[in-house]
Design a protein around this ligand. Structure first.
Ligand SMILES: [Zn+2]
Length: 609
């Protein structure tokens, strides 16, 4: 018995001896490598190796509307974190890596959630970010947390880790203005790389004002100092320096009017811009269809992003600043300005409309088939007569029209603090030669005079033209950052005669306020409004669709709002776009909304612009 024990024990002793010898060998080789082979580099970085500096992201600034309504804030997100130093296994990295992964699999069964990371992910983390917690699940829900609380005792080396996540308490409201955040790259090419050994993933603005004002919102990162042992495992944590929270940002948006604008677009493809012509403040900027930016709170989910981007309706696309549309008849005030300023026409310049205009063999139909008869300029704006504007345009000439369109900002970016803004297109003879390999013809002049042809504008550009008319030539740069102390920045000041602005404003006032105005459905009780309707056809010949437009400003005396709306599949500007502006403006002026316009029913196709 004893001898048996002895034999058994001697096997154990021999085994232990052999193991010790092996370990000694490994140690010797390692020491030799450290001391002899890599002596140079080790001595240089010895200090760094014992204390590591981890970059701690700052808490991101909050975004408010102009009245203090919170549009973007941060909420705590609960993650399941594994600490390698507590799960560390003797006998090398591979075993520690496998132990971490086994723990994740055990957790997966207990917490009833699928693993979201692979063995390779674990390996990468241990290699590059060993002293930092490994986040196996991010943003887990309350049920998972409850299960965790029940089983936490069985999992040494595992804990809850809280990270801030961007949250948009109003949901979809203002999504295209606010934009989204996403994680910064883990190896940013910045000076920080020299200062910090490890990064905790930060979030940064990827789109919208989250991107434009990222520098203010982001704040300054802090640092946490941790000491690590020779293998790189965390020993303890020493305080570094505090991060500096990002600044809060107050936008010019009015959440209530923004809400009305989004409601007006519900179920449609289109866009609305409402701005303050006295300073350029963007009051509402909406694009439809839209999406919920909370879906991107924990970082851009590539699959969701692709899905949203591949949808035909393109909900991520900001139609208000990036959408390009032919303006149709809302361009006609620009033609009036060109005619008046070039002295090719006066307010009393008259033309006759038999229901069409003939140019050689080409026929340009007026929307009113029976014709408008004899019209002078303000009446022509009010009635939006195509035949009148073809003739006025031919008399004015394309150069003046093109020059005026560009002077009013078409074909150039407005400089709004949102990326992916489109400049649009004001075609001229050089453009036509280059792109169409053809010269400019009379038909092109007719087309541009009624806002058709190759002319392309954004809803924001048209809202700015409305703002310029409201401001009698002064146009403020559109701004999203509210600063009540700062006056607006003048984007351009047109030295057109006061008579030009008066004639155009009078015509536009008639569009809304006069009995037969094409925009009477935009009328709001107690508010004098000026506007212009527009309808532009597009699509294949056998399946024509119509863009419905309205642009305008209110009140006519001392305007507070300038606006533009486009609906992609409209009956016409007067029928589809104008009543939606009525809803928004009724809310903005605190008038009773919902009431039907006090205008007689108009047969389909009868009202147009
Ligand atoms: Zn006509």
């Amino acid at each position: 018995m004893f001898s048996e024990w002895l034999e058994h024990e001697s096997i154990r002793v021999r085994f232990v001896l052999a193991a010790m010898l092996a370990a000694f060998l490994v140690l010797t080789v390692t020491l030799w490598r450290v001391q002899v082979v890599r002596h140079g580099e080790y001595s240089k970085s010895h200090m760094k190796q014992s204390t590591r500096c981890v970059r701690m992201p700052a808490s991101r600034g909050i975004i408010y509307d102009r009245d203090g309504v919170c549009l973007a804030e941060n909420r705590p997100s609960y993650c399941i974190a594994l600490y390698a130093e507590e799960l560390r296994q003797a006998g090398g990295w591979k075993r520690t890596k496998e132990e971490v992964y086994r723990t994740i699999q055990r957790l997966s069964r207990v917490l009833q959630i699928k693993p979201e990371v692979t063995l390779d992910d674990v390996g990468r983390h241990l290699n590059r970010r060993l002293p930092l917690p490994f986040l196996a699940w991010r943003d887990v829900d309350q049920r998972v947390l409850a299960r965790w609380a029940e089983h936490a005792g069985k999992f040494p080396g595992v804990d809850i880790y809280i990270e801030p996540v961007r949250m948009y308490p109003m949901g979809r409201l203002g999504a295209h203005v606010l934009g989204q955040v996403g994680r910064t790259d883990l190896s940013p090419e910045t000076d920080d790389e020299m200062t910090y050994h490890y990064y905790l993933p930060d979030i940064e603005g990827k789109y919208g004002v989250e991107k434009s004002f990222n520098q203010s919102l982001a704040g300054k990162p802090g640092a946490m100092l941790i000491t690590v042992d020779a293998s790189g495992f965390r020993q303890n944590q020493v305080k570094g320096w505090e991060s500096k929270s990002g600044d809060n940002v107050i936008l010019t948006l009015d959440a209530d009017i923004q809400q009305l604008a989004e409601q007006a677009l519900e179920g449609e493809r289109g866009a609305v811009v409402v701005l303050d012509p006295r300073n350029g403040d963007i009051i509402a900027l909406a694009s439809s269809p839209t999406y919920d930016p909370n879906d991107f709170g924990t970082g851009l989910n590539a699959r969701e992003w692709r899905r949203l981007n591949s949808e035909a309706s393109r909900p991520l696309f900001n139609r208000a600043v990036s959408g390009l549309y032919p303006p149709g008849s809302i361009f006609k005030p620009v033609v009036c300005a060109a005619a008046l300023e070039s002295r090719a026409g006066t307010p009393n310049t008259g033309f006759s409309c038999p229901g069409y205009f003939l140019l050689g063999n080409a026929r340009f139909d007026c929307w009113r088939k029976q014709g408008h008869g004899w019209l002078v300029m303000p009446q022509a704006i009010e009635q939006s007569c195509n035949a009148y504007f073809c003739q006025l345009g031919m008399a004015t000439g394309p150069e003046s029209i093109i020059k005026t369109a560009r002077a009013l900002g078409l074909g150039t970016l407005t400089g709004i603090d949102l990326s992916s803004e489109s400049a649009g297109l004001v075609p001229d003879s050089a453009w036509k030669r280059r792109v169409m390999r053809d010269g400019w013809r009379g038909g092109d002049t007719c087309n541009i005079s009624i806002g058709q042809g190759a002319l392309l504008v954004t809803p924001l550009q048209m809202a700015l033209i409305a703002s310029t008319i409201a401001g009698k030539g002064t146009c403020y740069k559109p701004r999203l950052l509210r600063d009540a102390r700062k006056p607006g920045q003048v984007l351009r000041k047109l030295d057109f005669s006061q008579e030009t602005w008066r004639v155009i404003s009078q015509g536009m006032e008639n569009v809304v306020q006069a009995e037969h105005g094409t925009g009477k459905r935009a009328r709001v009780d107690g508010v004098q409004m000026a506007g212009k309707t527009g309808t532009a056809e597009y699509g294949p010949r056998d399946a024509r669709k119509k863009y419905g437009w309205f642009m305008g400003f209110a009140p006519v005396e001392e305007p507070r709002y300038a606006m533009a709306i486009v609906i992609e599949e409209a009956m016409s500007g007067g029928i589809t776009a104008a009543p939606r502006i009525k809803e928004i403006m009724a809310g903005a002026f605190g008038a009773a909304s919902g009431a039907q316009p006090d205008v007689e029913a108009v047969p389909e196709g009868e009202i147009d612009g």
